[in-house]
Design a protein around this ligand. Sequence first.
Ligand code: SF4
Length: 397
Amino acid sequence: MENRKPTFKVFIAKGENAYSTTRDVLKRIDLDIEKLKNKRILLKPNSGRLVSERLGINTNPDVVAAVIDFFLESGIKDLAIGESPILGVKALEALEKCGIARVATERKIPLIDLDNHGSLIVKIPHKKIIDHLKICQKIKEFDFIVSIPVMKTHMHTQVSLGLKNMKGCLFKREKVKLHQLPFSRTIPPPAKPLDMAIADMSKVLMPDLTVIDGSIGQEGLGPSAGQARFVGLIIASRHCLAADWIASRLMGLNPRSIHHLQLAIKETGQDINDDTLLPEPKDFLKWKVIFKRPPEKISLQFKNVIVEDKDACSACLSSTLMFLQRYYKDFADYLTPQFPLRMAVGKGIGKQTEDTLLIGNCTIKQKDKGIFIKGCPPVASQIKLGLDKLIKKKSDL
Ligand code: SF4
């Protein structure tokens, strides 16, 4: 018998109009619509931040509208949209602000705050770094999950795409746990514990369909402090890791160097590589755009600022960045290599000096050493108040 290689179909389209480009991709997707007609379907956009639409941070509402209309017109009515956002954000407020609530309400699709319906512990089969995960119980009521991420680079995981978006199905603070894992020998360097944790997560939270929103992506310091970039691409596949592979290539990245993706492919036993993928169109790389990579360290962008980041989640790092982007110009002239601004973020930071801004509740143990800024995460304006305190403390000396 002929030994056939597995094939993973991925559909790609490019266009100025996000709604019609998404519809174009979805009409080609290989779904068994008849089987889905009596199923419950959960749409999981990337909508975990309280930001306006079309910034390349939360999923474009036009893409979500196109996915909803595709299912409704196919006769599939039992749809809902769910999210468990980053710490400090309420799901329904975030969905409202980014325009997804508007398109859902127009179509009578319910919105679910996934954190409001309890949690469930799921054991990770053949775990590598985490034994179990606390997931949002509500997602178990659904038969079919659609991950609708934004095409982004990410400061911790190189990219944030279909698989990474499923972290928004972890219950409340469980998302933080993945950022604070100790090093383990099971992780092949240079991958980090977070990469392996996402690969472990992929064994229990793999979406059934992935629709990557590259209408407006985000490059540089993603997931929220980078720059929006109009790309006009939509990528869809029943195989999430295959969609993430193709999206990475379209972003000018080598999927073999995306550690969480490689580990997830290995852990789930899927033979995904350039030989087993079936992209449509085959010449999809004609649409490649080179996304700016995130810098290795936040400090590199801001002269005379030193940021120590150890085991911080992206919520606190985003606040730190927003603070620097908003206020740096106001105090940059006062900084020198001898007197830099020191900031520390995350649970694992080392011993600090008394002129350090300690960002977020995870740094509380060192609160006697520097200026502690409460919050999980604190917002940029709270960090600014901390800086004002530091300036006053120094001028009183
Ligand atoms: S304080 Fe910051 S780093 Fe710590 S858990 Fe909260 S958001 Fe994450």
